[in-house]
Design a protein around this ligand. Structure first.
Ligand SMILES: Cc1cc2nc3c(=O)[nH]c(=O)nc-3n(C[C@H](O)[C@H](O)[C@H](O)COP(=O)(O)OP(=O)(O)OC[C@H]3O[C@@H](n4cnc5c(N)ncnc54)[C@H](O)[C@@H]3O)c2cc1C
Length: 394
């Protein structure tokens, strides 16, 4: 689809959850919206494609929806059917597949019975009323048994996986990240404990098609918005004329300013899909490989889509690698959050603040790790600020 109307109230760069949520909200408020999307398809990193076998795969890595935010789930429910799905992950540790996050079952599978019983008893005594404990607390515990158990989990589940993912020594990993790695004090083997855990019945792409299906929304695919939009003297230009409407930008902030302060670094991934003539390749949707292998995890998509396709399955192996902003085929997946990079980001953001009606939203524009629910919540919040109320705070 091309732009039809030259009088757009809002121009949105990017059709992931950040851009598409805002597009819908503005459109329902009777604003004319134009979306630019560089790729040949909508949906950002949630894009799902159907292979010749009929199997639906997540082209940019596995995406599982989970949230405690009722408003976000109520918003999404309007655009398609969702089915209840609780995510479970296994990890290959010492050649045994055990539940991840590490729980009592993992403990029993990897330790001799007597030792496992002793650790479980000590943990329950020390933490009688909680469901999970941070690995950081365990490795600093005063009890030697608990401490050594914590060190085992740290070394076998967390350390190598994290080093592979980020390619930095573990000593440089922020303590807050380590603090989020839990050990479950019981047998709950769900990966997430959120109140709402669902997958879209017909895939994420269908949800996006519905979300953007509105008479006030036009979409330009395969168009880098920065061929049409530029910032000059703190003003927005669109098609070489000053543009007075609202611009919501969800792409890379450094690209918007032509890398003036240098490129913001990201980790990227080589995503390798493999097809097999068998019903299932593995016993869980995701198996983590923290240690020996070069990839971090294998995802088998049939578990997500509940598709009854016999003797065929597709898996995905993820190999972490560096992102190269000069290479068009390289994809920025994870922002590398540290003081130096945040300082660079803030310099770019100072430029944004000077431009009236220009707003940043989403994982690339805000240089943040957002889960899907958090990015939708952020888009809904931004809409409340700049949309119907016309408050101009960023
Ligand atoms: C491997 C991986 C797995 C993940 N798994 C989960 C999960 O299981 N659950 C979960 O909740 N979250 C998950 N996430 C996070 C989730 O992907 C993000 O929350 C989501 O992508 C954020 O949406 P967004 O709109 O900000 O960005 P995106 O989805 O990346 O959308 C940005 C869009 O803007 C377009 N664009 C950029 N620049 C331009 C330009 N100049 N012109 C035109 N178009 C442009 C891009 O092509 C893209 O389509 C995962 C992330 C990764 C990397």
């Amino acid at each position: 689809m091309k732009e039809k109307n030259m009088n757009y109230d809002v121009i949105i760069v990017g059709s992931g959850f950040a851009g598409s949520t805002l597009a819908r909200k503005f459109a329902e408020d009777n604003k004319k919206v134009l979306i630019y999307e560089k790729r040949n398809q909508i949906s950002g990193n949630m894009y799902e494609e159907t292979l010749d076998s009929g199997i639906r795969v997540h082209k940019y890595g596995p995406h599982i929806f989970h949230t405690n935010d009722k408003e976000v789930f109520e918003f999404l429910k309007q655009y398609g059917e969702w089915y209840f799905y609780e995510h479970k992950v296994l990890g290959k540790i010492n050649n045994v597949l055990v539940p991840i996050p590490f729980n009592f079952k993992s403990l029993e599978l990897l330790f001799p019975k007597e030792e496992a019983d002793e650790i479980k008893n000590k943990l329950l005594k020390k933490y009688p009323d909680i469901q999970k404990v941070s690995i950081l607390d365990l490795i600093h515990d005063s009890d030697k048994t608990i401490r050594e158990f914590g060190e085992f989990v740290y070394k076998n589940v967390f350390e190598n996986y994290t080093a592979k993912q980020w390619n930095i020594p573990i000593s440089e990993i922020d303590k807050s990240v380590i603090n989020r790695v839990p050990v479950i004090l019981g047998y709950d083997d769900r990966y997430f404990q959120d109140k709402y855990q669902f997958m879209p019945k017909y895939g994420y792409t269908k949800i996006f098609e519905e979300l953007l299906n509105h008479k006030n929304i036009d979409i330009c695919l395969k168009t880098n918005a920065l061929t049409e939009i530029s910032i000059n003297d703190n003003k927005i230009y669109w098609k070489d004329k000053e543009y007075k409407g609202i611009v919501i930008y969800t792409g890379e902030i450094d690209e918007l300013f032509n890398y003036k302060y240098g490129a913001l670094p990201y980790r990227s991934l080589d995503l390798v899909f493999e097809n097999y003539n068998m019903n299932y390749f593995q016993s869980s949707s995701v198996v983590n490989y923290p240690n020996e292998e070069k990839f971090t995890r294998i995802t088998e998509f049939k578990y997500f889509s509940n598709q009854l396709i016999e003797n065929k399955t597709t898996i995905l192996k993820e190999y972490p690698k560096k992102y190269d902003y000069k290479d068009d085929s390289s994809i920025p997946y994870y922002a590398i959050i540290n003081d130096e990079n945040l300082e660079k980001y803030n310099k770019y953001y100072e430029l944004v603040k000077k431009v009236p009606n220009l707003y940043m939203c989403g994982r690339l524009a805000e240089y943040k790790y957002y889960n899907m629910d958090a990015v939708i919540a952020r888009a809904l919040e931004l809409y409340k600020k700049v949309g119907n109320k016309n408050e101009k705070s960023k």
